[in-house]
Design a binder for this molecule. Structure first.
Ligand code: FE
Length: 198
């Protein structure tokens, strides 16, 4: 097996009550692993089999792109959360948010708007632009991710119904607000911004 799924960075019940163990179980064991298995099957015996996941995402289309991007996107989404996290960040990362969005409250509202405004499935991505000075929000459909356009993702929220339906039914806004208030891992985002600036 060429690609391995990294283990979840926390126990499956660690994000309760905001994301249930049942949701994480299905999302990681069925969806994330499922994308990996489909990718492996699709690239076996092809030149893609010797490429990195990022190289495949940058060059493929159709099912190979969708499954490769979904493997990458989910790993990034798990890292975008942490038990006992969320709320307003501190330090240079918070300064970057305020510089780009005016205030932390304004940023949060823009994040919720971007997430609830995305039609159908996809992700909302907080990214740094090419200069890594300005932060921006990108709601992208399906498996699309900002790597393709040279963006530097900092955190993302999975907006496919499988991420929240068991816990929130059709309450995408409630889920996204819980993500921002209780779960988002700003240390991960700050480290990604630092790497983008290096
Ligand atoms: Fe998902």
């Amino acid at each position: 097996m060429k690609f391995e799924l990294p283990p979840l960075p926390y126990a499956k019940d660690a994000l309760e009550p905001f994301i249930s163990a049942k949701t994480l179980e299905v999302h990681y064991e069925d969806h994330h692993k499922g994308y990996l298995e489909k990718l492996q099957a699709a690239i076996e015996g092809t030149p893609e089999a010797s490429k990195t996941l990022e190289e495949i995402i940058g060059n493929a289309d159709g099912d190979v792109f969708n499954n490769a991007a979904q493997v990458w996107n989910h790993t990034f989404y798990w890292m975008s959360m942490k038990p006992g996290a969320g709320g307003e960040p501190t330090g240079p990362f918070c300064d970057a948010i305020k510089k780009s969005f005016g205030s932390f409250d304004a940023f949060q509202e823009r994040y919720v708007e971007a997430a609830t405004g995305l039609f159908g499935s996809g992700y909302v991505w907080l990214c740094a632009d090419r200069s890594a000075e300005k932060l921006e929000l990108k709601p992208l459909p399906d498996a699309e991710n900002p790597l393709v356009a040279g963006g530097r993702p900092l955190v993302c929220t999975d907006l496919w119904e499988h991420s929240y339906y068991l816990d929130y039914q059709n309450g995408r806004e409630k889920y996204v607000r819980a993500f921002l208030d209780q779960l988002v891992n700003w240390e991960f985002a700050a480290a990604n911004l630092e790497a983008a600036r290096a």
